[in-house]
Design a protein around this ligand. Structure first.
Ligand SMILES: Nc1ncnc2c1ncn2[C@@H]1O[C@H](COP(=O)(O)OP(=O)(O)OP(=O)(O)O)[C@@H](O)[C@H]1O
Length: 348
């Protein structure tokens, strides 16, 4: 079952929170909605969940209309599970009571009491919460509380799981292990996951496709590889990860770097960069050398993290970032060449 959004817009007074969103999310896909604060991510999720009725447009699950100009299916009648940033647990309810709660809804009334009991037990066991079933939220760690929220979301076996920054309240280490648990839930349940985040690494690591949003509109939709390697706009290039914008002139599918004799070949660079006289280069696409044909630059800062070295550099083209392996070290203040790896020898 695919979820379709057709020309969905949301206006809050003078604020256009969503602008003409059209997209199809296929059954079983893991979709990340990525964008800066205020770009409309949560509003999009709330519209899909049924917490708001969009000002315009249609949301449907195959042929079942969830909302349009005439219809508004309430939250509890939609085939969805939800997990939010704040966990949203009741302080007076035990783990088991939380997970049982969705089973009392009308959508589950076709199940017998025994089937419900088994579903609750299985969801609790799947999330490793059996020893804590009788505990209250106040007696659990942050990670355990988030597992309760996940168990509650999956117990009714919904077709779609909506997740709004579910890991943002957790510390860095716990985040990584919970990422894995969410990926496991995805593969075990086969549910479609729509996952809101402003964390680029989370989106790149987990999603089948990423929707990058800006100012209420979709800026680009693509696989993590497409979004990273072939950004279509300057915003996507610099939001999704660091990106160096080399200045110059495009002529006949070749890029002439400003202030040098270097020429880069076109590598499917998007038209928007060509119009602006830019060649986008990711930090790991350059290598540094003391000799050779490359952009002359001065090392201004060096940070070693065990796996790689991250350099900041200044050159006539502006400030650059380059990530290299740990085999050679360059000193701050040192004059170096930044050489585009896959175009070695380019130049005239
Ligand atoms: N109920 C509301 N009433 C008025 N304006 C709202 C309402 N909800 C959201 N907005 C506005 O709509 C815009 C989009 O908000 P939204 O919460 O969707 O952004 P977001 O991308 O999820 O941001 P964040 O990452 O900070 O949570 C913002 O300008 C916000 O102020």
């Amino acid at each position: 079952m695919s979820l379709y959004l057709e020309h969905v817009s949301q206006q809050f007074g003078q604020t256009p929170a969503l602008r003409d969103i059209t997209l199809e999310i296929k059954k079983g896909e893991f979709i990340a909605i990525l964008g800066p604060s205020g770009c409309g991510k949560t509003t999009l999720l709330r519209a899909i969940g049924g917490f708001i009725k969009p000002t315009e447009g249609t949301i449907r699950l195959d042929e079942t209309i969830y909302s349009d100009g005439h219809t508004m299916v309430p939250v509890e009648a939609r085939d969805l599970g939800m997990v939010f940033q704040s966990f949203a647990l009741w302080p007076h309810m035990t783990v088991e009571e939380h997970v049982r709660f969705p089973m009392e809804s009308k959508r589950q009334k076709h199940l017998s009491a025994e089937e419900k009991r088994r579903a609750v037990e299985q969801a609790i066991a799947n999330m490793g919460l059996l020893p804590y079933a009788k505990r209250l939220p106040g007696e659990l760690s942050g990670g355990q509380r988030q597992r309760v929220a996940l168990a509650r979301a999956i117990v009714g076996k919904p077709s779609i799981l909506l997740m709004d920054e579910p890991l943002s309240a957790l510390d860095a280490e716990l985040k990584i292990s919970m990422r894995r648990e969410i990926q496991d839930i995805h593969s075990q349940t086969g549910a479609t996951i729509i996952y809101v985040t402003h964390d680029q690494s989370e989106a790149l690591a987990m999603a089948d496709r990423i929707i990058v949003m800006k100012n209420g509109a979709i800026e680009q939709i693509g696989t993590p590889q497409e979004i990273y390697a072939s950004p279509r706009t300057e915003f996507v290039a610099s939001f999704v990860s660091k990106c160096n914008m080399v200045q110059g002139k495009w002529r006949d599918h070749q890029f002439h770097v400003a202030g040098s004799t270097l020429v880069y070949e076109d590598q499917a660079i998007a038209p928007v960069f060509k119009e602006k006289g830019i060649y986008p280069v990711r930090p790991e696409q350059f290598r540094l050398s003391r000799t050779g044909q490359g952009l002359a630059a001065t090392v201004t800062n060096r940070q070693y993290n065990g796996r790689e070295i991250q350099y900041s550099l200044r050159c006539a083209n502006g400030w650059f970032t380059v990530y290299t392996g740990c085999e050679a070290m360059f000193q701050p203040g040192e004059e170096v060449r930044m050489i585009l790896k896959d175009q070695e020898g380019a130049g005239r």
